[in-house]
Design a binder for this molecule. Structure first.
Ligand code: ADP
Length: 432
């Protein structure tokens, strides 16, 4: 490839030779014209290449332009390499950026990036949902104009970002509790992280309620027990009176024992997140046991009808199944008046799911209570529950056992007519 100087020397030599030949044969004007013609060749060539380069540049495809010859070849070759490298770099930066955005979007927490003027530079979908923002609409708007809660504006104004800020009643339904914290980065920018702590707060409230409920449930029998003890200490009682007091004390102690046992059962079930084992449970044997217990509890006051409509057995944890089925039968007895009839049935439905149902002709339950019956200590009729030795934990235990067996607890009830409690087990738990 010729260097620029050799090209220039060649061109001048050609112009000179052409001019000299024209001067010799045609005179001085022809010599000048011939020299100009020779000198304009590279100009015309450059102009043509410039025009082509412009065309490819406008179409953003310089790298596809065919290489011309001469010194333009090298210029264009280098230009094309530069453009190609730059495009590759831009593509890789764009990919990285897209990955960051994807990662931030996948975060379960809200993320808002603020510039040094507290204007929104970027925010993810979760933050949009939390604060009713729309990034396309709200980009570069001051965040305090968009999140108008006074405690947030104060937080932003004070700039004491070491502590998080709790925002309650947020979101569309004003039912979210959010924990927000701003973290400084870069040149006076801030990253705001927002965590939805609604469930945590609910769990916390439930834990507090639970402790309060347990204390309340324990306090009554303890107070009664202490009353009896004080009476026995201060009064001279004859043997039969003493026995009567002991009996009453025994019943209070029994009540506490039942409560503690139910609490332990519940704690064990809650800590065990594994599915129940697949032991084959003989339904006829189980039904016979349930019937015996039911008759002992009822003491002849109710009419029973226990039926096994399918020969298929159930696979699960026998002790737990007995406890869940027993709880439903005992509830039917405890909440139904004397002479009411109670039926328990085991069958397979048309989808080959196993169904254990207990139907009573008791008082029934109003529909507004149905969804809450499995909450710990939830009772429709508090005094009836206590009088019959209920702890308010029975259906919570049944629900947990059902979950461990992938079963559903279905409650159907008509006030004044009676209730049916069904435990429906998936066909995978049926042993043929
Ligand atoms: P408890 O120990 O109070 O019986 P459960 O968790 O077993 O607690 O039941 C919760 C509440 O559901 C009971 O207090 C009672 O009001 C209601 N309930 C349960 N089973 C029946 C039923 N068969 N008939 C009417 N009410 C029922």
């Amino acid at each position: 490839m010729f260097s620029v100087i050799s090209r220039f020397t060649l061109l001048i030599s050609l112009a000179f030779i052409g001019g000299y030949i024209a001067l010799s044969f045609l005179g001085p004007s022809a010599a000048i014209a011939s020299a100009i013609c020779v000198l304009s060749i590279p100009l015309i060539y450059s102009y043509i290449n410039l025009a082509r380069l412009r065309k490819f540049t406008v179409a953003d495809s310089v790298e596809t332009m065919p290489l011309p010859s001469g010194y333009w070849e090298e210029i264009l070759f280098r230009l094309q390499r530069l453009v190609r490298n730059l495009k590759l770099q831009i593509r890789s930066i764009e990919k990285q950026h897209a990955r960051f955005i994807e990662a931030f979007q996948a975060s379960p927490n809200g993320i808002v990036m603020l510039d040094d003027q507290d204007q929104i530079e970027w925010c993810n979908g979760i933050a949009e949902r939390f604060f009713g923002l729309n990034f396309k609409r709200d980009a570069l708007q001051r965040v305090n104009f968009l999140i108008r809660r006074p405690e947030f504006i104060q937080y932003l104004y004070k700039r004491q970002f070491e502590e998080p800020l709790l925002l309650e009643r947020m979101g569309k339904g004003a039912n979210l509790s959010l924990m927000l914290q701003a973290f400084p980065f870069g040149d006076n920018r801030h990253l705001m992280l927002i965590q939805d702590i609604t469930d945590l707060q609910k769990a916390d409230a439930m834990r507090r309620d639970f402790v309060a409920n347990v204390s309340h449930e324990m306090r009554t029998p303890i107070t009664v027990l202490m009353g009896f003890l004080e009476t026995m200490q201060s009064l001279e009682l004859d043997k039969s009176q003493q026995n009567q007091y002991f009996e009453m004390m025994m019943s209070q102690a029994q009540r506490m024992k039942t409560l503690v046992e139910d609490l332990l059962t519940l704690a064990n079930l809650e800590s065990n997140t594994l599915p129940a084992p697949m032991q084959v449970i003989s339904i006829p044997t189980l039904m016979a046991l349930l019937r015996n217990d039911a008759e002992a509890l009822s003491q002849g006051h109710h009419v029973f009808n226990f039926e096994v409509s399918s020969p298929s057995n159930l696979m699960g944890e026998e002790r737990e199944i007995l406890s869940a089925f027993g709880n439903l039968v005992s509830n039917a007895i405890r909440y139904s008046p004397d002479t009411a009839s109670i039926s328990a049935n085991w069958r397979l439905n048309q989808d080959r799911e196993g169904e254990f149902s207990v139907t009573d002709t008791g008082p029934g339950i109003a529909s507004e209570h149905l969804s809450r019956l499995t909450e710990r200590f939830y009772r429709v009729d508090r005094s009836r529950s206590r009088d019959t030795g209920g702890t308010g934990l029975g259906l919570a235990i049944v629900k947990h056992i059902a979950n461990r067996h992938q079963a559903q607890l279905i409650i159907e009830s008509t006030p004044g007519k009676g209730s049916t409690f069904i435990l429906r087990f998936p066909k995978e738990r049926i042993a043929d």
